[in-house]
Every structure is written in structure tokens, then in C-alpha cells.
Design a binder for this molecule. Sequence first.
Ligand code: 0O2
Length: 221
Amino acid sequence: MDLPIFYSEEDEWKKVMLMYDSALREVSTKLEILNNEFKLNHQYNPIEHITSRLKSPQSIAKKLQHNNREITVENIVKYINDVAGIRIICSFTSDIYRIADLIAAQSDVNVLKVKDYITCPKPNGYTSYHMIISVPIFLSDTMLNVKVEIQIRTIAMDFWASLEHKIYYKFEGNAPERIRKELKECAEIVSFLDHKMLSLNEEIKLYNPDSELEHYREVLS
Ligand code: 0O2
């Protein structure tokens, strides 16, 4: 990505953050439109809620240092994929893939990377669908393609991830074996729950009250 010319480090930082903030707004609007259209056409809301955040300067610096890279704007833009992050929470696993497809199909969205931790969960049990995309941002004198990380997960996966995140920080990444084992078990329960809720929902969608009535008539006759 070509960065505009800046006058000081502070200006440079502000401009980069403006760029990521604009990208977050672009993607949030896209998601809102998709969700509203879905509600109108199907009387159904695939997105439960959306959160977004800009990564803190401390967290950006930590990630660059962890990868033995100098803290420069060029390195942030090149190596940190999640400065702008959006999390989409859905009810059902099927919604996750539907939303991911709808995002990827938009002509100004460029999908740079996909990590499907639902098909291939992380060893600790973490599940979620991650996409790194870029969207164009139009400034007064230039257009920039800006990266945004999108995490899509169910309510149950999100519940698990927020507790795991808390435990990870509490024990600074070295949680006792028993806790890690129990968390893994919880991840299996989450996966079971998501499957069960999805199949129940599929059954509800097929349910036809007339055929139920017919069934009872047959039983009573
Ligand atoms: P925070 O505080 O959420 O920002 P990449 O360069 O993108 O390919 P990265 O960043 O390792 O490499 O990508 P990955 O694996 O897709 O993880 C990015 C983000 O996913 C993390 O950001 C977390 O938000 C989430 N995540 C990944 N693994 C786990 C996990 O095991 N547990 C939980 N709770 N969240 C996870 P950050 O920067 O780590 O944190």
C-alpha cells in the first residue's frame, strides 16, 4: 500500500489510525446493509450483534516485537493484519458461512486470507472463522486498500473465547493443566450445542403445522 507523505511521526500515526477507522466504518456499514436486507427478505436476523475495535498501540507494539520486527508504520501496515478488527456474532454455524460468502462476493472486497478454525479448531479448542480482507478507502487525494480482520463466530463460541481470553491473561499464557483440560471439554460442549441448535433450527424451518394436525387425525381415527 502506498502511504501518503507525512510531516511528523504523530501526524503519520494519526493518519494511519484514520485509515483503519475508516475501513472499520466501511465494513460495518456493509454488514448492516446485508443484515437489514436479510431481515426484510427472510424475516430473520443472521447477525446477533457486531463489535469492532482498533488495536491499541501497546498491543500493536507487542505483536511486532513478538515477531522481532521494528515498530514502524510500514511494518504495522505490512505485518499487522488486525489493526482494524470486526467481530460478528451469529446464532448458527450456517449463518457464519453465509455471511462470509456474502462479504467475499462484494466486488470492492478483496479476501487476502481465510482461517477456518471451525473446520480445524486450534489445539486449545478455539473455534471461529477469520477473514483478512481489504477494502478501498477514498481520501481527498488518494485511494488506499486497507486491511480489516473479520472474526465470525456463534454466541456459544464467543462465550467460550471470552472466558479463555480471560484465563489466558490471568495465568499469562500458562494456565494449570486441569483448567486447560476443562476448557477443552467446554469447547467440545460448545461444538455439540452448536450442532444441536442448528439441527433443531433446521427442523423448525421444515415444520408444517398442517402435517402435524394430519398426523393427530390419523392417530385418533
Ligand atoms: P486481540 O486482543 O483479540 O487483538 P495473522 O497475522 O492474522 O495470520 P494471528 O494474529 O496470530 O496471525 O491470527 P489469528 O490466529 O487469526 O488470531 C487473531 C485473533 O484471533 C487474536 O488476536 C484473537 O482475537 C483471536 N484468537 C486467536 N486464537 C485465539 C485463542 O486461542 N483464544 C481466543 N480467546 N482468541 C483467539 P490477538 O491479537 O491475539 O488478540
